[in-house]
Write a protein that binds this ligand. Structure first.
Ligand SMILES: NC(=O)c1ccc[n+]([C@@H]2O[C@H](COP(=O)([O-])OP(=O)(O)OC[C@H]3O[C@@H](n4cnc5c(N)ncnc54)[C@H](OP(=O)(O)O)[C@@H]3O)[C@@H](O)[C@H]2O)c1
Length: 315
């Protein structure tokens, strides 16, 4: 079997490569926007903004399994580049899905909590009404709809507040700012669930194991959309506070800075953020018999990974 990983340079893509887990399904091919992995190793080129080139790549590689970890993720910038975000996060899924359907290939795709409006205060079920309030959310919702409409075998995993020990994310920004400043002001009225790429990879591999163990004719019982997020919830302020506590105890920061709670209104951003996007992850856990642990477990894992990188052994 042939596996194609799109977006191999992103946080999630890199975690897939680090885990090595996709190799159990067959030959794994990596693709990035510019055809280079980590800026040095030549791999396949897949720029999702160019549908014809994507089709050409699919025709030439003929993957049985396509993992789409590529996305336009610059939430604020998407307000000014909605057509580009829509092309990459939306239209590209039509291209991929329409190729995959007649070829019998499975598409694994990732979406976001930002497909919801954040007006609730009980966890969003998978089939709760979607109503994105920013351009990024609209583009990702379009991608879900186009992939669903393509008729391809598919697993769509909505996730949230994604971070890891590498790449661009909130934890790494906090650690950088924590070294530079004594006090930080962080929003305390947006609620969600930080989720590590390590957990998303483990969950995806578990779902794929189940998929390939299931007889062909019965796989449609697994196909669909799931919430793959950690359990529990927090605010950006409380997440930052715990990051600083754990990082300073592990010696990754000399001193934990003070974290002052502010409101969204005190921190204006180009894109509006939904205020409350806790996702009900029970259907994934039940379907695939996989525990999605509390978000603090993931934070411990990432701090430990950073500690090992800095010190060479576990803390
Ligand atoms: N990050 C979050 O907080 C978050 C939250 C909810 C859901 N998600 C979803 O989770 C998935 C993984 O996100 P992530 O955090 O790993 O994102 P990421 O670190 O921003 O990685 C995205 C990757 O997509 C690539 N990309 C951007 N435009 C592309 C294009 N035109 N063609 C091909 N590749 C392109 C980027 O390439 P370059 O390296 O060349 O820029 C980057 O490597 C995405 O579907 C995202 O929407 C993320």
């Amino acid at each position: 079997m042939k596996v194609l990983l799109l977006g191999a340079n992103g946080q999630l893509g890199r975690s897939f490569i680090k885990s090595g887990g996709l190799a159990r399904y067959g030959e794994v091919m990596f693709a990035t926007r510019d055809g280079l992995l980590n800026g040095t190793i030549p791999v396949k080129v897949a720029d999702l903004a160019h549908p014809l080139a994507v089709i050409e790549l699919l025709e030439c590689t003929k993957p049985d399994l396509i993992i789409n970890a590529a996305a336009y993720t610059a939430v604020d910038q998407a307000e000014d580049e909605e057509s580009l975000a829509t092309l990459i996060n939306g239209t590209a899924l039509d291209t991929i899905g329409r190729w995959a359907a007649p070829h019998g290939s499975l598409v694994v795709h990732y979406s976001t909590d930002y497909v919801f409006d954040g007006e609730r205060s009980v966890p969003y079920a998978v089939d709760a009404p979607t109503a994105p309030i920013n351009a990024y959310g609209r583009s990702k919702l379009l991608g879900e709809h186009l992939l669903q409409a393509s008729g391809a075998a598919q697993l769509i995993f909505r996730t949230a507040w994604v971070y890891s020990a590498h790449g661009h994310n909130f934890l790494r920004s906090m650690l950088r700012l924590g070294r530079e400043r004594r006090e930080l002001r962080i929003v305390n009225d947006q609620f969600g669930t930080p989720t590590t790429t390590g957990l998303i990879v483990d969950a995806t591999l578990t779902a794929l194991d189940a998929w390939f163990k299931t007889p062909m004719g019965q796989r449609e019982t697994l196909t669909g959309t799931y919430h793959v997020v950690s359990s529990g919830m927090t605010t950006w302020h409380d997440f930052a506070t715990l990051i600083f506590q754990k990082a300073s105890s592990a010696g990754l920061l000399p001193v934990a800075p003070k974290v002052k709670a502010i409101g969204t209104k005190d921190f204006p951003t180009r894109a509006k953020r939904p205020a409350w996007t806790v996702l009900d992850n029970s259907s994934f856990s039940q379907r695939f018999d996989f525990v999605l642990p509390d978000w603090k477990v993931g934070l411990n894992d990432v701090i430990n990974e950073l500690y090992v990188e800095a010190n060479g052994s576990s803390c």
